[in-house]
Design a protein. Structure first.
Ligand code: GDP
Length: 297
């Protein structure tokens, strides 16, 4: 499915309000801005991001000398596109490329790893997946099933094993076996910030020791349906673990797709992909222009 379909429910809720505000309101007065802020809050952007977005739009309207509500749609689309223009970290990669996958249980991390591994396989790459989330036996098994399905090598140890030792062994194997991309799954239970930081720091250290420069990217997976939780999880992981990119899952069927705007605005992180379903193919590269058009166009 396309991002337009994925965002259909968010759009439905958001667009109706916007349409009537943009068409029925004349001048851009206080009442207009208040109503607009309310619509943003209702679209689950959260209170602070909604205020910030309104301030940015006021500024843009002033600069571009827009004084009528009817001119606001174009401004809003341009602003949303700009919000998604976060710089991407470009790391020089000496293969294997190592990707650290982080995020809370249930957000769709396992499925997302499978989808990314599938993409890499389709590009002809040799892929390995390491189960450094050793806490849940079922999660390890599920990852193994996905690895088999996409044709990736799988590395795991018994449940309860030291996550850093799994990462170390997998890194060793990946170098020896000439793997192109290694995805390292990490613990997803909601821990304290200190525990999370310690575990992820240790994993980073062993990866980097074995393969200088690794991990090359840390991808945080967040679930669009959780709205404001996605925002607080981003804050936690950014502080505890360092995050280079975001993948927003379950954008299909939720009315909370506006959270993408809030998270990009607050955290200045690029959203690289979105999940639009449960199947391997349901991962789309994210692009602010398509998003703005699907939501507001
Ligand atoms: P994890 O606990 O974070 O590893 O989550 P899983 O990968 O096991 O996913 C949890 C549930 O969400 C599963 O039922 C997945 O099929 C589902 N899921 C994952 N990504 C998406 C998505 O983009 N869209 C939809 N609709 N479901 C998804």
């Amino acid at each position: 499915i396309k991002i337009t379909e994925g965002l259909a429910r968010t759009r439905e809720q958001f667009a109706r309000g916007l349409d009537s505000l943009f068409s029925s309101h004349g001048e851009l007065d206080d009442a207009f801005w208040e109503e607009l802020e309310e619509l943003f809050i209702m679209a689950d952007l959260g209170y602070e991001p909604s205020m910030e977005l309104v301030e940015r739009l006021k500024e843009r309207a002033r600069k571009e000398k827009v004084t009528e509500a009817s001119g606001m749609r174009a401004l809003l689309m341009a602003e949303v596109e700009e919000i998604f223009r976060a710089p991407r970290r470009i790391a020089a990669i000496n293969p294997p490329e190592v990707v650290l996958m982080i995020g809370v249980n249930g957000v769709g991390k396992t499925t997302t790893i499978a989808k990314l591994a599938h993409r890499a396989r389709m590009q002809g790459k040799k892929v390995m997946i390491a189960a450094a989330d050793t806490f849940r036996a079922a999660a390890i098994e599920q990852l193994q099933v996905w690895a088999g399905r996409v044709g990736a090598t799988f590395h795991a140890k018994a449940p309860g094993a030291d996550p850093a030792s799994v990462a170390y062994e997998a890194m060793d194997r990946a170098v020896k076996e000439g793997v192109d991309v290694l995805f390292v799954d990490t613990a997803g239970r909601l821990q304290t910030k200190v525990n999370l930081m310690e575990e992820l720091t240790k994993i980073r250290q062993v990866l980097g020791k074995k393969h200088p420069g690794a991990p090359h990217r840390s991808i945080l997976v967040i679930d669009a349906t959780t709205g404001q939780n996605a925002l607080s999880q981003t804050k936690l992981f950014k502080e505890a673990a360092g995050v280079d990119e975001l993948i927003l899952t379950k954008l299909d069927g939720t009315a909370k797709g506006g959270v993408a705007i809030a998270v990009a605005m607050q955290h200045h992180l690029p959203i690289t992909f979105v999940g639009l379903g449960e199947k391997l193919e349901d991962l789309r590269p994210f692009n602010g222009e398509d998003y703005a058009r699907a939501l507001l166009g």
